[in-house]
Ligand binder design. Sequence first.
Ligand code: 4G0
Length: 247
Amino acid sequence: MHIDVITIFPDFFSSALDCSMLARARQAEALAVEVHDLRNWAADKHHVVDDYPYGGGAGMVMKPEPLILAVEDLLSEAGPDCPVILLTPQGQQFDQAKAEQLAKQEQLILICGHYEGVDERVRQSVVTEELSIGDYILTGGEPAALVVIEAVARLLPGVLGNPASLESESFGSGLLEYPHYTRPAQWRGMSVPEVLLSGHHQKIRRWRHKEALRRTRERRPELLEQLELTEEARELLAELEAECDQD
Ligand code: 4G0
C-alpha cells in the first residue's frame, strides 16, 4: 500500500515511521509512506497556507489553493478512485471496520488540517471522505493520520508475523480481550488463575471466552448487542448473570 500524507509538519511523522511495526512494514515493502510538505504548493514567496475567515471570527482557516493543488498533483500519479481522506473532528468515526476497508486499497491520500479548519471548497472539490479518530480536538490532524496509518498497516499482508493473532484480538471477535498472564505464577500475593496452569486446553479456551464476555458485558455492553452469540457464549453469559445475582 502507498500512503501520501499532506501536512505542514512533515517532521512529526519521522520517528513513528522509523520505529517498530511501521519501520518493518516499510522495509518489507508492504507499505510506502510519502510525507509531503503542504508549503511546497503555496504560491507566494512566504509559503502562506492559512488566512483570515470570511465573515470574521477568531483563528485562521487553511487556504484552498495549496491543498487542492497538492491533492491534484498526487492524484495524477494515483488511480482515479484513490480515497482522499481529511482527518477532522467532524468526520465519520474511525474504527476497526474502517481500517479493514482502507487496508484493501492500493493507495490513500491523507490530509492533516490545522488552525480552526479547512476552506469548505477543499471538501467540495477533492476530499472523498472525512474521518475522526474520536470526540476530541487536536491542534492538527497529524496524530490522527498516524493512528490511521498504524491501524491500517498492521492489517496488510506480511506485516504481522502471525495473522491468527488478528482474529483472536479485540474487535476481531467483536469482544474485548480476556486477561493475559506470563511468568511468574505468583507476584506480590497475586496469582495466575489455576486453569491457565492446568494444560487443559478445552478448559482454558472456555475460561478465556467467559472472561472476554465478562469484560465486554461490564465495560462495553453495547458491543454485545451487536453480536450473534454462539451456543457457548449464551451459556457463559447465563453463568455470568448467575454470578452477579449472588453478589
Ligand atoms: C480540521 C482531527 C482539522 C478541522 C483533526 C481541526 C481532531 C481530529 C482539524 C478542525 C483535529 C480527530 C474544525 C477544529 C485539526 N482534531 N478527532 N484537528 N476543526 O480525528
